[in-house]
Design a protein around this ligand. Structure first.
Ligand SMILES: NC(=O)c1ccc[n+]([C@@H]2O[C@H](COP(=O)([O-])OP(=O)(O)OC[C@H]3O[C@@H](n4cnc5c(N)ncnc54)[C@H](O)[C@@H]3O)[C@@H](O)[C@H]2O)c1
Length: 314
């Protein structure tokens, strides 16, 4: 299949390389010319075990190309992945300017049906915004073209990204078009063999799933950090407490280690993202005053609650 991936950062590069490795023809588009030049020479700008081999192998086989040429990227793939950054805006919410820029570019250049798949971590309602941008760009050109927008959030962990992509826990596909679900099922088929990991749902549910997962993980880390403080004060051993509670199947051992959080550099900003204005739904952490100190974080930089931005329509 022909695939275009916008953004050759962590998510985009891993996505592109893994999809090429199973036989697809992938074009990765990035606006950073220096990065594209390095990638084209086989230099990998990030450290991810095994990624250099996969990139090299597929680049040499002609299945994985890197370019800054947006038009050629839009021309290439039936599937147009958006994997650009969504850094925190001034108020901590996700800055969607790069996502919107890609949507606009696709609308400006597409000449036939395209499936636009959002892999970046974005607030609920972003797919509608992407759809509006693409539609507006198409309309400006005075043409009439069909397209679909999909939410396909990424859950890979830095340091285990290849493994996470090749053998995912789940593949979330949010779309309002059953035909698109089947196309994505085909696309992900090589990563979905031993049991069906693809979970199809509506677009907003898929968008919320990513924030919900991060919120749950942050809750666990917050809880365990708070409990570690309590253990220190009362002279208990948090490791023993952890083992004691983890044996309860409702709690489980996973992700209840106290200390620095893990899950990738974007975990803190994704949890913060959407902690927002009046149109917000706050998901209080299990202990609402819980503090979570991500790597490099501190007591003076706590994240007291986790919240998710509601779309304007709500
Ligand atoms: N890194 C992770 O572990 C991880 C895991 C899951 C989800 N995510 C999410 O995936 C998204 C991407 O994250 P990342 O870590 O890969 O980001 P990144 O900053 O490593 O890479 C983003 C890339 O997009 C490029 N870019 C920006 N605008 C562009 C445009 N208009 N066209 C083409 N390329 C453009 C940038 O030059 C950069 O190379 C974010 O929303 C992030 O929250 C990240």
């Amino acid at each position: 299949m022909k695939i275009t991936v916008f953004g050759s950062g962590y998510v985009g590069l891993v996505t592109g390389a893994c999809l090429a490795d199973v036989g697809n023809h992938v074009v990765c588009v990035d606006i950073d010319a220096g990065k594209v030049e390095r990638l084209s020479k086989g230099e990998i700008p990030i450290y991810e075990p095994g990624l250099d081999d996969v990139v090299k192998r597929n680049h040499e086989a002609g299945r994985l190309q890197f370019t800054t040429d947006i038009k050629s990227g839009v021309d290439h793939g039936l599937f147009q992945f958006i994997a650009v950054g969504t850094p925190p805006d001034e108020d901590g919410s996700a800055d969607l300017q790069h996502v919107v820029a890609v949507a606009r570019s696709v609308g400006e250049h597409m000449d036939e049906y395209r499936i636009i798949i959002d892999k970046s971590t974005v607030p609920v309602g972003t797919a509608d915004r992407v759809r509006d941008e693409v539609a507006a760009s198409i309309k400006n050109r005075g043409v009439d073209l069909e397209f679909d927008v999909v939410s396909n959030p990424e859950f890979l962990k830095e340091g285990a990204a290849l493994e996470d992509f090749m053998r995912p826990d789940r593949i979330i596909v949010g779309t309002d078009n059953p035909r698109v679900t089947e196309l994505l099922r085909l696309l992900y088929e090589p990563f979905n063999r031993s049991r069906d990991r693809l979970i199809a749902m509506d677009i907003r549910s898929a968008e919320l799933t990513k924030y919900a997962a991060n919120a749950m993980l942050a809750t666990k880390i917050s809880f365990m950090n708070e409990l570690a403080n309590v253990a220190e004060r009362v002279g208990a051993d948090i490791e023993q407490v952890r083992i004691g509670i983890g044996s309860d199947p409702r709690i489980g051992y996973h992700f209840i280690y106290p200390g620095c959080g893990y899950g990738g550099s974007c975990f803190p900003k994704d949890v913060k993202a959407g902690c927002c204005s009046t149109r917000s739904m706050r998901i209080s952490t299990a202990i609402s005053r819980a503090r979570w100190w991500p790597s490099g974080g501190s007591r003076s930089n706590p994240i007291p609650t986790i919240c998710v931005r509601l779309p304007a329509a709500c």
